[in-house]
Design a binder for this molecule. Structure first.
Ligand code: OOG
Ligand code: MG
Length: 254
Protein backbone atom coordinates (compact mmCIF):
# COMPACT_ATOMS: atom_id res chain seq x y z
CA UNK A 1 0.00 0.00 0.00
CA UNK A 2 1.23 3.49 -0.69
CA UNK A 3 1.29 6.54 1.59
CA UNK A 4 -2.16 7.79 0.55
CA UNK A 5 -3.83 4.40 0.94
CA UNK A 6 -2.34 3.99 4.42
CA UNK A 7 -3.39 7.55 5.33
CA UNK A 8 -6.98 6.75 4.28
CA UNK A 9 -6.83 3.59 6.35
CA UNK A 10 -5.73 5.25 9.62
CA UNK A 11 -7.98 8.24 8.99
CA UNK A 12 -11.15 6.21 8.48
CA UNK A 13 -10.38 4.11 11.56
CA UNK A 14 -10.09 7.35 13.56
CA UNK A 15 -13.18 8.87 11.96
CA UNK A 16 -15.30 5.79 12.58
CA UNK A 17 -13.82 4.89 15.99
CA UNK A 18 -12.90 1.42 14.77
CA UNK A 19 -9.78 -0.65 15.50
CA UNK A 20 -7.54 -1.83 12.67
CA UNK A 21 -4.59 -4.22 12.49
CA UNK A 22 -1.14 -2.64 12.79
CA UNK A 23 0.04 -1.37 9.40
CA UNK A 24 3.73 -2.01 10.20
CA UNK A 25 4.04 -4.53 13.07
CA UNK A 26 7.74 -5.14 12.32
CA UNK A 27 8.55 -1.42 12.40
CA UNK A 28 10.04 -1.47 8.88
CA UNK A 29 8.61 1.78 7.53
CA UNK A 30 10.98 4.75 7.57
CA UNK A 31 10.17 7.64 9.91
CA UNK A 32 9.83 9.88 6.84
CA UNK A 33 7.15 7.60 5.40
CA UNK A 34 5.37 7.31 8.77
CA UNK A 35 5.21 11.11 9.11
CA UNK A 36 4.11 11.41 5.46
CA UNK A 37 1.16 9.11 6.27
CA UNK A 38 0.35 11.23 9.35
CA UNK A 39 0.48 14.41 7.26
CA UNK A 40 -1.76 12.97 4.53
CA UNK A 41 -4.25 11.71 7.15
CA UNK A 42 -4.41 15.22 8.68
CA UNK A 43 -5.22 16.60 5.20
CA UNK A 44 -8.25 14.30 5.14
CA UNK A 45 -9.45 15.71 8.50
CA UNK A 46 -8.94 19.25 7.24
CA UNK A 47 -10.90 18.39 4.09
CA UNK A 48 -13.84 17.46 6.38
CA UNK A 49 -13.75 20.98 7.81
CA UNK A 50 -11.42 20.70 10.81
CA UNK A 51 -8.91 23.46 11.44
CA UNK A 52 -5.28 22.90 12.41
CA UNK A 53 -4.76 24.00 16.02
CA UNK A 54 -1.20 22.96 16.84
CA UNK A 55 1.14 20.16 17.79
CA UNK A 56 1.34 17.48 20.50
CA UNK A 57 4.52 15.85 21.72
CA UNK A 58 4.73 12.17 22.67
CA UNK A 59 7.00 10.04 24.82
CA UNK A 60 8.57 13.07 26.50
CA UNK A 61 8.39 11.42 29.93
CA UNK A 62 9.96 8.20 31.22
CA UNK A 63 6.55 7.17 32.52
CA UNK A 64 5.11 7.15 28.99
CA UNK A 65 8.18 5.60 27.38
CA UNK A 66 8.11 2.75 29.86
CA UNK A 67 4.33 2.30 29.60
CA UNK A 68 4.38 1.97 25.80
CA UNK A 69 7.88 0.49 25.34
CA UNK A 70 9.06 3.22 22.96
CA UNK A 71 11.88 5.60 23.81
CA UNK A 72 11.92 8.06 20.93
CA UNK A 73 10.23 11.45 21.20
CA UNK A 74 7.50 11.75 18.55
CA UNK A 75 5.02 14.44 17.58
CA UNK A 76 1.53 14.67 16.15
CA UNK A 77 -0.82 17.22 14.62
CA UNK A 78 -3.74 18.69 16.59
CA UNK A 79 -6.96 19.88 14.97
CA UNK A 80 -10.13 21.67 16.09
CA UNK A 81 -12.27 18.52 15.86
CA UNK A 82 -10.24 17.05 18.76
CA UNK A 83 -10.92 19.87 21.19
CA UNK A 84 -13.21 19.10 24.13
CA UNK A 85 -14.66 22.12 25.89
CA UNK A 86 -13.46 22.67 29.49
CA UNK A 87 -16.00 20.75 31.59
CA UNK A 88 -17.61 19.38 28.41
CA UNK A 89 -18.51 15.82 27.44
CA UNK A 90 -16.52 13.27 25.48
CA UNK A 91 -18.73 11.08 23.29
CA UNK A 92 -17.35 7.64 24.21
CA UNK A 93 -18.97 5.95 21.20
CA UNK A 94 -16.71 7.87 18.81
CA UNK A 95 -13.54 6.32 20.28
CA UNK A 96 -11.93 2.87 20.05
CA UNK A 97 -10.37 2.41 23.53
CA UNK A 98 -9.47 5.86 24.85
CA UNK A 99 -6.94 6.65 27.54
CA UNK A 100 -6.22 9.96 29.24
CA UNK A 101 -3.06 11.60 30.56
CA UNK A 102 -2.19 14.90 32.27
CA UNK A 103 -0.24 17.43 30.21
CA UNK A 104 0.87 21.05 30.18
CA UNK A 105 -0.36 23.20 27.26
CA UNK A 106 1.44 26.16 25.68
CA UNK A 107 -0.34 28.88 23.66
CA UNK A 108 2.02 30.68 21.27
CA UNK A 109 1.98 34.38 20.50
CA UNK A 110 4.75 34.14 17.88
CA UNK A 111 6.26 31.55 15.56
CA UNK A 112 9.25 29.65 17.00
CA UNK A 113 12.38 29.10 14.90
CA UNK A 114 13.64 25.51 14.52
CA UNK A 115 16.87 26.32 16.35
CA UNK A 116 15.27 28.35 19.16
CA UNK A 117 16.87 28.22 22.60
CA UNK A 118 14.83 27.58 25.74
CA UNK A 119 14.68 31.34 26.44
CA UNK A 120 13.66 32.16 22.85
CA UNK A 121 10.92 29.53 22.98
CA UNK A 122 9.69 30.92 26.30
CA UNK A 123 9.54 34.42 24.80
CA UNK A 124 7.10 33.10 22.17
CA UNK A 125 4.71 31.69 24.79
CA UNK A 126 1.55 33.70 25.37
CA UNK A 127 0.19 31.47 28.13
CA UNK A 128 0.31 28.06 29.79
CA UNK A 129 -2.53 25.92 31.09
CA UNK A 130 -3.24 22.53 32.66
CA UNK A 131 -4.51 20.05 30.08
CA UNK A 132 -5.66 16.48 29.61
CA UNK A 133 -4.92 14.58 26.44
CA UNK A 134 -7.17 11.77 25.26
CA UNK A 135 -5.15 9.25 23.28
CA UNK A 136 -6.87 6.52 21.30
CA UNK A 137 -4.62 4.28 19.26
CA UNK A 138 -6.55 3.03 16.29
CA UNK A 139 -4.61 -0.25 16.47
CA UNK A 140 -6.07 -3.38 18.06
CA UNK A 141 -5.15 -3.77 21.74
CA UNK A 142 -3.46 -0.32 21.73
CA UNK A 143 -0.34 -2.10 20.42
CA UNK A 144 1.98 -0.48 17.89
CA UNK A 145 5.51 -0.16 16.51
CA UNK A 146 7.16 3.26 16.37
CA UNK A 147 6.22 3.86 12.69
CA UNK A 148 2.68 2.60 13.42
CA UNK A 149 2.04 5.18 16.15
CA UNK A 150 3.61 8.00 14.15
CA UNK A 151 1.43 7.20 11.13
CA UNK A 152 -1.60 7.16 13.48
CA UNK A 153 -0.91 10.78 14.50
CA UNK A 154 0.69 9.73 17.79
CA UNK A 155 -2.72 8.41 18.94
CA UNK A 156 -4.11 11.99 19.04
CA UNK A 157 -7.84 12.00 19.52
CA UNK A 158 -8.87 14.65 22.03
CA UNK A 159 -7.72 17.35 24.41
CA UNK A 160 -9.16 19.70 26.99
CA UNK A 161 -7.42 22.83 28.26
CA UNK A 162 -8.03 24.77 31.47
CA UNK A 163 -7.73 28.50 32.10
CA UNK A 164 -4.68 30.16 30.55
CA UNK A 165 -2.03 31.67 32.85
CA UNK A 166 0.90 34.02 32.46
CA UNK A 167 4.00 31.92 31.64
CA UNK A 168 6.20 34.06 33.88
CA UNK A 169 5.82 31.68 36.83
CA UNK A 170 8.35 28.86 37.20
CA UNK A 171 6.53 25.89 35.67
CA UNK A 172 9.51 23.52 35.65
CA UNK A 173 8.28 21.40 38.56
CA UNK A 174 4.55 21.88 39.21
CA UNK A 175 2.82 19.14 41.14
CA UNK A 176 -0.22 17.63 39.44
CA UNK A 177 -3.01 15.22 40.27
CA UNK A 178 -5.26 13.39 37.81
CA UNK A 179 -8.59 12.17 39.21
CA UNK A 180 -11.42 10.00 37.97
CA UNK A 181 -14.63 10.94 39.78
CA UNK A 182 -13.42 11.30 43.37
CA UNK A 183 -10.50 8.88 43.08
CA UNK A 184 -7.01 10.25 42.73
CA UNK A 185 -5.53 8.11 39.97
CA UNK A 186 -2.11 9.57 39.09
CA UNK A 187 0.16 12.08 40.75
CA UNK A 188 3.22 13.63 39.16
CA UNK A 189 5.05 16.76 38.18
CA UNK A 190 5.70 18.79 35.05
CA UNK A 191 9.38 18.01 35.71
CA UNK A 192 8.67 14.51 34.34
CA UNK A 193 8.40 16.13 30.89
CA UNK A 194 12.03 16.06 29.69
CA UNK A 195 13.08 17.58 33.01
CA UNK A 196 11.37 20.85 32.01
CA UNK A 197 8.34 21.23 29.70
CA UNK A 198 10.14 24.00 27.77
CA UNK A 199 12.49 21.34 26.39
CA UNK A 200 9.46 19.70 24.84
CA UNK A 201 8.46 23.02 23.24
CA UNK A 202 11.95 23.46 21.80
CA UNK A 203 11.79 19.92 20.39
CA UNK A 204 8.33 20.66 18.94
CA UNK A 205 9.75 23.73 17.18
CA UNK A 206 12.58 21.71 15.66
CA UNK A 207 10.51 18.71 14.58
CA UNK A 208 7.58 20.69 13.26
CA UNK A 209 9.85 22.98 11.21
CA UNK A 210 11.67 19.98 9.77
CA UNK A 211 8.31 18.83 8.42
CA UNK A 212 7.86 22.24 6.75
CA UNK A 213 5.26 23.39 9.32
CA UNK A 214 7.05 25.75 11.76
CA UNK A 215 5.18 26.50 14.99
CA UNK A 216 2.72 29.37 14.44
CA UNK A 217 1.29 32.19 16.55
CA UNK A 218 -2.07 31.00 17.91
CA UNK A 219 -1.06 27.34 17.98
CA UNK A 220 -1.31 25.13 21.02
CA UNK A 221 1.54 22.77 21.91
CA UNK A 222 0.84 19.87 24.27
CA UNK A 223 4.11 19.01 26.01
CA UNK A 224 3.44 15.29 26.57
CA UNK A 225 1.99 13.08 29.28
CA UNK A 226 3.60 13.57 32.69
CA UNK A 227 2.34 10.22 34.07
CA UNK A 228 1.24 6.89 32.57
CA UNK A 229 -2.09 7.10 30.71
CA UNK A 230 -5.27 5.65 32.27
CA UNK A 231 -8.22 3.95 30.58
CA UNK A 232 -11.34 6.10 30.36
CA UNK A 233 -14.68 4.57 31.37
CA UNK A 234 -18.22 5.56 30.44
CA UNK A 235 -19.92 7.96 32.81
CA UNK A 236 -16.75 9.20 34.51
CA UNK A 237 -15.61 12.72 35.24
CA UNK A 238 -11.89 13.03 34.56
CA UNK A 239 -9.91 16.01 35.85
CA UNK A 240 -6.42 17.32 36.41
CA UNK A 241 -5.31 19.83 39.00
CA UNK A 242 -1.96 21.52 38.55
CA UNK A 243 -0.16 23.48 41.25
CA UNK A 244 -0.84 27.18 40.76
CA UNK A 245 -2.69 26.66 37.44
CA UNK A 246 -6.01 25.28 38.65
CA UNK A 247 -7.97 22.44 37.15
CA UNK A 248 -9.71 21.26 34.02
CA UNK A 249 -11.70 18.17 33.13
CA UNK A 250 -14.40 16.52 31.09
CA UNK A 251 -17.33 14.15 31.48
CA UNK A 252 -17.46 10.87 29.62
CA UNK A 253 -20.79 10.00 28.03
CA UNK A 254 -22.73 7.06 29.52
C1 OOG B 1 1.27 7.62 21.93
C2 OOG B 1 1.12 9.05 22.32
C3 OOG B 1 2.07 9.48 23.41
C4 OOG B 1 2.44 11.28 25.18
O1 OOG B 1 1.99 12.28 25.75
O2 OOG B 1 3.48 10.72 25.54
C5 OOG B 1 1.65 10.74 24.05
C6 OOG B 1 0.52 6.68 22.86
O3 OOG B 1 0.94 6.50 24.00
O4 OOG B 1 -0.47 6.11 22.40
O5 OOG B 1 0.68 11.36 23.69
MG1 MG C 1 0.06 12.80 25.22
Amino acid sequence: MNINDLARKVDSAAHEGRAIAQIDPQGKLSMDDAYAIQSAAMQLRLARGARRTGVKMGFTSRAKMVQMGIDDVIWGRLSSDMLIEDGGTLDFSRFVHPRVEPELAFMLKRPIAPDATLMEALAAVEAIAPALEVIDSRYEDFKFSLPDVVADNASSSGYVIGAWHDPKCDFSNLGLVMSMDDALIQIGSTAAILGHPLRSLVAAARLSASAGEPLQAGWVVLAGGATPAEWIKRGQYVSVEMEGLGRTGFHVSA
